[in-house]
Design a protein around this ligand. Structure first.
Ligand SMILES: Nc1ncnc2c1ncn2[C@@H]1O[C@H](COP(=O)(O)OP(=O)(O)OP(=O)(O)O)[C@@H](O)[C@H]1O
Ligand SMILES: [Mg+2]
Length: 481
């Protein structure tokens, strides 16, 4: 459950935003002024503040300054009417997370709030790197007892207390982001913000502006000034994910930040001093990119000050049973059920498989098997054939080889092919509604009619789940109201 505080002096605005954001996963508090907002913050402890800029009494900016002084990690989104963008930009310089222009485009509004809540949640969750399997209270841990992982833990501990740049490498799904977050949580900057930027997910031309900001008019579309993540995250930690995907200009700018702690907005000419720790990650062999002159050698050496390499799961198979246990426990907690037991043959099969998608693929496989299992025990038949080695002739299907691992997608395709064969043979089956209906029933049974969990399991929103329940008249069937 996330907590959001809404500060606005207009009751109508508070009311409509409350209605837009209403959700069972969100606890919402409101305040009618900056002064009241500050009081609510100390009691309510929100994860995110949505605040109007122009208010009677203390303005949004003054309130933001006070919030930053006492709660530097609390994310604040400013809301401002068009035309007062300059104030919003000032707010970003003060470390606001984002700003929204009124009137809102509702889907965009929800998306920004959703992203901010996720960032707040990521920042809050302490990633422990000394696996405490016995302890009940750890939320997120990096599990592993293999020699290779012990080495990783040692490095995390060493690098965390320094301010050195760290480069985390490893195949997709090996836990690079988890390691980056563990470094942050154990660092001297843990009371300051942590912002993650996925360099591969942002179009090339926009990445530079995302990181360093831009001046008004610096390129077509730059209608207002924008503050970049480095400036915004001053004193904090930036996680640059997929760093292998940056253009040469961005690389040069990053190098400059690392060398002398300054950057410039795109189109700007005065250096801005920033104090930011950089943790970078990549699943591409950067040495090869350097050799091919796609990645600056000097930047590579600068990033590579401390290198933490996470070996692929197939090279540390002794971690597999431990990870399986951890995921089973996690699922049990999530569904508030006793943990399912797991057959020895299943563990054996899991230890044998080559895990192209690494720990992420293992987690997906366990999650899927947990859903498939009809009893309290997970059996070999609950695993996809390429993992169990049953029915697939041993060799993994072509789609699973070398794929950077989304096991769920591969499984879904296999399953869909099979269903499609049935549909072709007998159109009377009405395959899509029939399958949808069954999935909803199974999920509700599995979760004891907990709609939030059932929707999550199926990858749909609760509203969509409700629509399906109504459409198919499912509650009658399950004998619940
Ligand atoms: N050692 C571990 N212990 C527990 N969970 C792990 C471990 N390693 C990875 N995971 C889990 O596996 C998933 C993938 O991890 P993460 O996102 O950190 O991988 P990544 O290396 O950043 O992958 P990508 O390169 O695809 O971004 C996450 O859900 C993470 O919690
Ligand atoms: Mg990652």
């Amino acid at each position: 459950m996330s907590k959001l505080l809404l500060i606005d002096d207009e009751a109508d605005v508070r009311y409509s935003i409350e209605r837009i954001l209403a959700s069972p996963d969100l606890e919402l508090a409101t305040a009618g002024s900056g002064e009241e907002g500050l009081k609510v913050i100390s009691k309510f402890k929100p994860d995110l503040v949505l605040m109007d800029v122009r208010m009677g009494g203390m303005t949004g900016l003054e309130t933001l300054r006070k919030i930053r002084a006492t709660e530097p990690k609390l994310l604040v989104i400013l809301m401002t009417a068009y035309g007062t963008t300059q104030t919003a930009i000032e707010a970003m310089k003060l470390g606001a997370y984002d700003y929204l222009l009124k009137p809102f485009d509702i889907p965009k509004f929800k998306e920004i709030v959703g992203n901010a809540l996720k960032a707040a949640n990521d920042m809050k969750q302490v990633v422990s790197y000394q696996p405490l399997l016995e302890s009940e209270d750890y939320e997120l841990g990096i599990i592993g007892r293999s020699g290779a992982m012990q080495q990783v833990f040692k490095l995390i501990g060493q690098v965390a207390v320094s301010d050195a740049t760290a480069l985390v490498t490893g195949e997709s799904g090996t836990g690079k982001e988890l390691v980056a977050r563990a470094i942050y949580h154990h660092s001297n900057r843990s009371a300051q913000p942590f912002l993650a930027v996925n360099c591969a997910a942002i179009p090339e031309q926009l990445l530079e502006s995302e990181l360093f900001g831009h001046e008004k008019g610096s390129f077509t579309g730059a209608t207002v000034q924008r503050i970049g993540k480095f400036e915004q995250c001053n004193k904090g930690t930036i996680f640059l994910d997929e760093i292998g995907d940056m253009t040469p200009t961005t690389q040069t700018k990053i190098l400059r930040v690392l060398q002398n702690g300054t950057c410039e907005r795109v189109g700007g000419n005065s250096p801005i001093h920033v104090d930011v720790r950089v943790i970078a990650a990549t699943n591409k062999p950067l040495e090869a990119a350097v050799a091919a002159k796609q990645f600056r050698e000097d930047l590579f050496y600068r990033l590579n000050v401390v290198r933490i390499h996470i070996p692929p799961l197939r090279d540390r198979r002794d971690d597999i049973p431990l990870l399986v246990n951890y995921f089973i426990e996690k699922l049990a907690r999530e569904f508030q059920r006793p943990p399912k037991s797991i057959a020895a043959s299943v563990i054996k099969a899991l230890e044998k498989y080559h895990w192209p998608g690494n720990v992420r693929e293992l987690e997906n496989a366990i999650r899927r098997a947990h859903v498939m299992a009809k009893s309290d025990a997970i059996l070999l038949s609950d695993l996809p054939p390429e993992i169990s080695g049953q029915g697939g002739g041993g060799a993994p299907p072509p789609s699973a080889v070398g794929v950077e691992g989304d096991a769920a997608t591969t499984d879904a395709a296999a399953l869909a092919r099979q269903l499609f064969q049935w549909a072709k043979r007998d159109p009377k089956l009405k395959i899509i509604p029939a399958v949808e209906r069954e999935l909803v029933i199974q999920a509700l049974k599995e979760t004891n009619n907990n709609q939030v969990h059932a929707a999550k399991m199926l990858g749909i929103t609760r509203a969509t789940l409700r629509k399906r329940i109504d459409k198919f008249g499912i509650l009658r069937e399950l004998n619940v109201k």
